[in-house]
Design a protein around this ligand. Structure first.
Ligand SMILES: *Cc1c(COP(=O)(O)O)cnc(C)c1O
Length: 484
């Protein structure tokens, strides 16, 4: 009997040809990483590239060769975060080892929503490591998610539900009057979580910061008192370990005290900053994390795991599970067989189907070890201070905030130009740096002033990259100012 066409799978008919093509793409991908420091940091997507992704939905496949060609043509057009002079926002740089782990994960094509299979033990290993690293108890639960944004939603859902005796799951938050507290420097993902969870962003009190851009404790105490007096129910306190603008770290121990006294859930956003626990000098300032009810952080930032990979760690496994567990019949677990291995990750988060992010995280940690990964964190902090020194020693530049961790914010000054013009000038300097492919810092506002913001969470950055940055900011700044 011959196969009818309907019996064909999607597997290659010619595995040898597939193997050859796959090796070629792998080689191109390895070369891409090997030469991560060469060429422009970023290049704008060309018209040709854009139109190559504006084709009609293909009913007839183009075949593997054509697809491989299009993929190869895409490789140079990344965000730029694999380059040593990518300083924008907070991006990790990724590693070649992670790329290999991703290939293996794709080969297994595992779904980590639950069940009993090999991949699940890899995630459990990662959860145990994180628990230990941040001093959480043996019973604490954890979940790998896409990033800190989702980790925050998961953590604050557990907080919300616990505050309402888990009634909010069925009844919503209605008139419970739940209010939470964080600082004005907190990442926007916290307000988004309040929005998503039906609490409303208005229920998140944005407390001002002190001169070090850390939450003002007195203002926080006052806000809590005022809300209690108004009959509201303070339920969550969110501290920041490494603010996105400046890398500032709230007084996490004081916040833990206040949350305990007020019976509030204490969450720490440590998206990148939590990993500074690997630096001996910074570690004492992060000790309060071990007292948190929940912690959200990213592997894809300072741990250099390839996108995307974040984590939520929750002290009370019970609160975590009660906030998410509802297993319909078709997802019932079992003592033995494939449906064993309870509890399942689906009971700890909003996703049922989940990819095998755990493998690349595990591989990164297993290959390099925490000491080596921690050295990258420490080096980036030293580099940020070095850059701060360079800025201070350069008359045309003005540092706009202390270097608290791994971020340096400054601006170019040009004679007696008013602030509004200076803001536009500094914005333009950053765009020029990006468009010329020299470096990719980003911008932010500090006290109403536009800052060139340099974030270092990049294992490829060298000191000479910062020397070059300062030279080029001054060159471009002077050119632009001459045209003002
Ligand atoms: C990046 C970041 C987030 C958001 O994390 P994602 O992984 O992008 O979702 C939250 N908080 C801080 C402090 C961050 O730096």
């Amino acid at each position: 009997m011959t196969d009818t066409p309907d019996d064909r799978s999607l597997d290659p008919e010619d595995w040898e040809a597939f193997r050859g093509r796959a090796h070629a793409i792998l080689d191109a991908a390895i070369s891409r990483m090997e030469s991560a420091g060469e060429g422009p940091v970023w290049r704008a997507p060309t018209e040709a590239l854009k139109t190559s992704f504006e084709r009609d939905l293909p009913w007839q496949g183009q075949g593997g060769d054509a697809v491989a060609e299009q993929i190869a043509a895409l490789l140079p057009y990344g965000v730029g975060n694999t380059h040593p002079r990518f300083f924008g926002w907070v991006h990790g740089a990724g590693t070649p080892g992670n790329m290999v782990a991703e290939i293996a994960a794709a080969a297994m094509n595992a779904n980590l929503g639950g069940r009993d299979h090999g991949a699940m033990y890899v995630e459990k290993q990662v959860v145990r490591w994180c628990r230990g690293l941040f001093g959480f108890p043996e019973e604490a639960s954890g979940l790998i998610v896409s990033g800190t944004s989702l980790a925050t939603v998961v953590a604050l859902k557990a907080a919300r539900d616990r505050a309402t005796g888990f009634g909010a799951r069925a009844e919503g938050v209605g008139g419970a009057g739940l209010v939470g507290y964080t600082s004005t420097q907190t990442h926007a993902c916290v307000a988004r979580a309040f929005d998503i969870l039906g609490l409303g962003t208005g229920a998140l009190r944005m407390i001002p910061t002190n001169a070090a851009f850390e939450i003002d404790i007195d203002a926080l105490e006052q806000a809590i008192r005022a809300d209690r007096a108004a009959g509201l129910m303070p339920f969550a306190l969110i501290g920041t370990a490494g603010s996105v603008n400046l890398g500032s770290i709230d007084d996490l121990d004081r916040l833990a005290d206040i949350a305990a006294r007020e019976g509030m859930w204490y969450h720490v956003d440590g998206a990148f900053g939590a990993l500074a626990i690997l630096d001996e000098g910074i570690r004492p300032r992060l000790a309060g994390i071990a007292r948190a009810d929940s912690l959200a952080f990213d592997f894809h930032k300072w741990l250099q795991v390839n996108y995307d990979a974040g984590f939520v760690l929750i002290r009370s496994e019970e609160a975590h599970r009660r906030a998410f567990s509802d297993r319909p019949d078709y997802l019932a677990g079992a003592e033995r067989g494939l449906a064993a291995g309870n509890p399942w990750p689906v009971e700890y988060g909003p996703e049922l189907s989940r990819g095998f992010r755990a493998l690349k995280i595990w591989a990164q940690i297993a290959e390099h070890g925490m000491t080596r990964l921690g050295e990258v964190v420490s080096r980036n902090c030293v580099q940020a201070r070095y850059l701060g020194g360079l800025v201070d020693a350069t008359p045309e530049l003005e540092r706009l905030a202390p270097v608290a961790l791994n971020i340096c914010c400054f601006r170019f000054l040009a004679g007696a130009i008013p602030d509004t013009t200076l803001n536009a000038l500094n914005e333009e300097i950053v765009i020029e740096l990006q468009e010329q492919g020299i470096a990719a810092p980003s911008t932010t506002m500090i006290g109403g002033v536009k800052a060139i913001r340099v974030n270092l969470t990049n294992h490829r950055t060298r000191q000479s990259d910062l020397d070059l940055l300062v030279r080029e900011v001054c060159r471009i700044g002077a050119e632009l100012a001459a045209r003002c």
